[in-house]
Design a protein around this ligand. Structure first.
Ligand code: ATP
Length: 322
């Protein structure tokens, strides 16, 4: 378990992490989501004692990181796959880590095998591809057989096979009862991996919720309709008790509606339809909406990278559980 309590980090005027309080629990994959610059890496660095909090506290199984004896046996982390001595072989890199944490040499062979790097174990890390580097970083995280694992953007730059492999690895580590904490700025990636979500924006906690609840609240399915006989169709739909939302672009939307029902009603009243399409709002859109106000870096034309909502305000006001 990782517990954050009012965790705060300031760099001069900049508040990178702002009063974060949440717990990362064992047995599940917890996704740590936020737009670029939200404070994910800074939070992870503080968990590992690499940055000192300006205020607040973070504990690993009840203890501060710097008080852990042989910390790799409590928590393993991949923060930056390139942060290793390129002149060392993969085997020697892991052996150095093992020796400084009282971990037997045999374990180096085991983790190299787990991540599929046995055949290149004697090759220098500087010749590794990004994917191989990520695998080596993950081998380092697994080395001490820790109960807690933390990965910062582990799938960045990986090919589909590598992404698939990391996803399954994280799930299997959680299934073994371990605590798995993984950051990403992609909701679509987290939707496939995480059981629980912690979302931050500009250092602040925006949501702490189960993935299932996030999906239930944000996977809105609706039917989009365009018609030149808007008023007549609205009357017909209202008469049978169908709730219609008018969008800014002249279309109509019916939450949870069936296209067949709407099409048949329109036909009965001889109304022309130009569009009748079932739609599903993506989780990425829900994430964008949640973090829209806290997006720090904007596109060159001044519009936010996360576009503001055009649809009705479903999911708005959705915040932290409990
Ligand atoms: N050493 C530092 N000195 C000054 N500002 C910093 C420092 N480290 C981070 N920041 C700032 O703190 C904020 C949070 O950065 P951080 O890297 O934690 O975000 P992130 O969510 O991990 O972003 P990304 O997804 O882009 O990696 C950013 O505005 C960043 O510029």
């Amino acid at each position: 378990m990782i517990e954050l309590d009012g965790l705060t980090k300031r760099y001069g005027e900049k508040v990178a992490v702002n009063n974060l309080t949440f717990a990362v629990r064992p047995g599940i994959v917890t996704g740590f989501l936020g737009p670029n610059g939200a404070g994910k890496s800074t939070t992870m660095r503080m968990i590992l004692g690499l940055d000192r909090p300006t205020a607040g506290d973070v504990r690993i199984d009840g203890t501060h990181y710097d008080r852990l004896r042989d910390p790799l046996t409590y928590i393993g982390a991949l923060l930056d796959a390139k942060a290793m001595h390129g002149g060392r072989s993969a085997f020697n890199h892991l052996l150095c880590l093992a020796q400084s944490n009282g971990i037997p040499r045999a374990r180096v062979h085991e983790v190299l095998d787990t991540v599929g790097l046995t055949s290149v174990a004697r090759k220098k890390a500087k010749g590794f591809s990004l994917g191989m580097g990520q695998r080596l970083g993950i081998a380092g995280a697994l080395l001490g057989d820790p109960r807690i694992l933390m990965f910062d953007e582990p799938v960045n730059g990986l090919d589909p096979e590598g992404i698939h492999w990391i996803r399954n690895l994280m799930k299997s580590l959680a299934a073994q009862g371990r605590t798995v904490f993984v950051s990403s700025h992609l909701m679509s990636e987290m939707a496939l991996t995480a059981d629980h979500l912690v979302v931050i924006g500009q250092g602040r906690l925006l949501a702490d919720t189960s993935m299932a609840q996030f999906i239930q609240r944000n996977s809105r399915s609706y039917v989009r309709i365009r018609t030149p006989q808007r008023e007549q169709l609205l009357d017909v739909l209202n008469a049978v008790g169908v709730m219609v939302v008018e969008t800014g672009d002249g279309a109509l939307e019916v939450d949870g509606g069936k296209p067949e029902q709407i099409g048949e009603l329109a036909a009965q009243h001889q109304l022309v339809l130009h569009e009748l399409s079932p739609r599903q709002a993506s989780l990425e859109e829900a994430f964008m909406r949640l973090t829209a106000e806290s997006v720090e870096y904007h596109a060159h034309d001044g519009t936010p990278v996360a576009s503001p909502p055009t649809a009705p305000a479903w999911g708005v006001g959705w915040k932290r559980e409990g």
